[in-house]
Design a protein around this ligand. Structure first.
Ligand code: GCU
Length: 685
């Protein structure tokens, strides 16, 4: 039965007969010189993949006279060394690879060459992907290397195995049976990530439990690191800033106190004694009640640098999160920029600020965080969310590729046109002021003990999209959806075309039935699943929905212009101007920045009220279209996954109606305007 466990590594037989025959004649065997575990893994992945795809057993040999695939590095493979690839290899760096056709001995071989073993592994997954997506290998010549350095997944897993915002079962890490039992899932988890080029994992929740840094846990964690290592994946831990106090060793965690520094130095030494290639720390400090340097009168740079110094001798890094806001700042939007911009240039070189894509919190649509435009001398990486905290958990179909792409392509106009977020993340834009930046992207993912890892089968696609874009942010979400569907379901055009359309529309549908035109955070508080735009009694202003939409008799939206919170001034001048001007602000971001009368004229000619209603209704219509299209696929894919997605879409439709009706009826109680003709009546329970 198809249970989704294999994700996009299913290796089902190539359905196209002539192509399968072509592949069969090329891939008669695998030749892998080199003895490292990584090379062995690459070779056996190729064997496994090719055997499945070609419907025949593909063996490992050393026979150069038959056609096959030859993998290795010039250092560990004589065959690869004989090809004189030095120059081309120099261009792909430590993690990149070449895939090409080369004559060796008497046969044409497909060669996967790299400078390092992990590069060979990445190249092997790439070759398999070409077959999985039925690409021709004629004249194949690929040189690929990652555009970002730190491509990291974040787990929000607690020690008790509950996963914050996870929705797909319990944590994968079974602390009770580690280190004795190495669940086979640990290795499959590593394969899944390595297939995308993901090279780091933070295994525990940012709301961190200090106990993970104890001997008891480090023994267990070292076992995980051992499983991940040959896959090129470094292990990182989220830390709790008050750990020296939590352990009862000190009564302070002040980063400038030498005792605190000594404590963290000793702790780093301990961790590295268990895990010699430990990646470093992820830190949520002075954020949502978590402890941090500000509790001791210090700033984020003081806090991050102290930790960075203790990791530096071991080549470790600190991912310091910029997700900060306080109830007293008036506009939550301003939080990260106001706290971090003055610290630009103050962070050590092995600190990377991890900044959420938007200024608030993984909303269905946010403008990009203005912090990306203000920092010039600081290492930055973008944090996105694969887990669907604000997108219907593991119940709604909501491919996040378009959201990631929208963020990466946003032009912040810092130095004229072309100052895209991607160019900022790559270090290109600030190369004069930050010469050797550390770059990266992180995603909060949700795998758990659910058989298919992610709950909704399509949440896998967002994990996939994150990994592919972290490797190459110039890939489009459309191209990635195409790949993922082919690998995960089928290469049949009559399946791909309509279902790709569903995926590409799914994010916008989710925006439309929840918070169109730049509305945000209308969720029921705490769980973040259903609608509660009326929430006004949370005790903390910035946890109330009414704080975000500001609907009143005179209109709706958050005024962030100079006459309001002036958060717009945090953007580079050109972008601020664009967003401040009603003629140039994109309508899908409009209410993020402007408070407008209900009868404000939209580009469509409709009033703002009528447009808002229309968007809510169109969101539901989109979900119904998704259902109709999906239903047509019966019989084209396995019955299990067909039925699973079909059922979830029915729940999604029910929820979308609930969202629409709750919001429309609530806003109507304020606008006092009728729902225009032609729309079905809101359902009342
Ligand atoms: C959101 C989320 C929390 C999480 C926080 C964070 O607020 O709801 O569960 O801890 O983000 O990113 O730190």
């Amino acid at each position: 039965a198809e249970d989704g466990y294999d994700m996009w590594l299913r290796y089902q037989p190539v359905a196209n007969d002539s192509l399968r025959q072509e592949y069969q004649s090329q891939f008669q065997q695998v030749i892998a010189e080199g003895n490292s575990q990584t090379i062995k893994i690459a070779a056996s992945e190729l064997q496994r993949g090719l055997s499945g795809l070609l419907k025949k057993t593909v063996a490992q040999t050393s026979n150069v006279n038959a056609m096959g695939v030859v993998i290795g590095t010039p250092a560990n493979s004589k065959l690869i060394a004989s090809l004189n690839l030095k120059k081309r290899l120099a261009s792909v760096g430590d993690e990149g690879y070449l895939i090409q056709k080369s004559r060796i001995g008497n046969a044409d071989q497909i060669v996967i060459a790299a400078n390092t073993d992990v590069g060979v592994l990445y190249g092997s997954f790439h070759l398999l992907r070409l077959l999985q997506t039925e690409q021709s290998l004629n004249n194949i010549s690929i040189a690929s290397s990652p555009k970002l350095q730190y491509r990291v997944v974040n787990h929000w897993d607690n020690v008790n195995r509950l996963v914050e915002r996870g929705y797909a079962g319990l944590s994968l890490w079974d602390w009770g049976t580690l280190p004795e039992l190495k669940s086979p899932r640990y290795e499959d988890y590593a394969r899944i990530n390595a297939s995308l080029g993901i090279n780091g994992t933070v295994i525990n929740n940012v709301n961190a439990d200090p106990r993970l840094m104890s001997d008891q846990f480090l023994k267990k964690i070292a076992t995980l690191a051992e499983v991940f290592r040959p896959y090129g994946i470094k292990l990182y831990l989220s830390i709790n800033y008050n750990a020296p106090r939590a352990y009862g060793d000190l009564d302070t965690a002040d980063p400038l106190d030498p005792r605190v520094q000594a404590w963290w130095k000793a702790r780093a030494e301990k961790i590295y004694s268990y895990i010699p290639d430990f990646g470093g720390y992820l830190v949520k400090a002075d954020s949502e009640g978590q402890p941090g340097p500000q509790g001791y009168g210090r700033n984020h740079a003081d806090g991050a640098n102290m930790l960075a110094d203790t990791l530096k001798p071991f080549k470790g890094v600190v991912f310091w999160r910029a997700f900060v806001y306080h109830p007293d700042i008036g506009d939550r939007f301003r939080g990260a920029y106001d706290e971090f911009t003055p610290l630009d240039g103050k962070f050590k070189e092995n600190v990377i600020l991890q900044i959420k894509n938007g200024p608030i919190d993984f909303q269905p649509r946010e403008p990009v965080s203005p912090l990306f435009g203000s920092l010039k001398k600081t290492n930055m990486m973008m944090e996105v969310q694969v887990t669907q905290e604000y997108f219907g958990f593991a119940t709604h179909l909501a491919y996040q590729g378009p959201l990631f792409e929208e963020a990466l392509k946003t032009d912040l106009l810092v130095k004229g046109k072309g100052s895209t977020l991607a160019n900022i993340l790559s270090g290109q834009l600030n190369k004069a002021t930050n010469k050797n930046p550390r770059t990266g992207m992180a995603a909060v993912i949700n795998p758990g003990t659910d058989r298919n890892w992610t709950g909704h089968p399509f949440v896998q696609s967002s994990w996939y999209a994150f990994g592919r874009m972290a490797w190459d942010y110039s890939l489009t979400s459309d191209a990635i959806a195409d790949e993922w569907l082919r690998m995960t379901f089928s290469n049949q055009e009559k399946f791909i075309a309509p279902i790709k359309k569903i995926m590409m529309d799914s994010r916008e549908a989710g925006v439309n039935y929840r918070s169109p035109l730049g509305l945000t955070h209308l969720y029921s508080q705490g769980d973040h699943y259903g609608p509660a735009p009326w929430t006004a009694d949370m005790g903390r202003a910035d946890w109330n929905a009414v704080y975000y939409h500001r609907a009143a008799e005179d209109g709706i939206g958050f005024n962030r212009t100079a006459t309001g919170s002036n958060a717009l001034a945090q953007y580079p001048a050109e972008l601020a101007k664009q967003y401040a001007d009603l003629n140039t602000v994109p309508e899908d971001l409009m209410l993020w920045f402007h408070h407008l009368p209900w009868d404000y004229k939209m580009k469509s000619g409709k009033t703002l009220w009528a447009e808002l209603v229309d968007k809510y209704y169109s969101g539901v219509t989109q979900v119904r279209t998704m259902q109709t299209e999906w239903n047509k696929m019966e019989g084209q894919i396995d019955a299990e996954r067909f039925a699973h997605v079909k059922a979830l879409l029915a729940v999604q439709e029910r929820d979308a109606v609930r969202w629409r009706d709750s919001c429309v009826v609530y806003f109507q109680s304020i606008s006092k305007l009728p729902i225009p003709d032609g729309y079905e009546k809101p359902a009342h329970d």
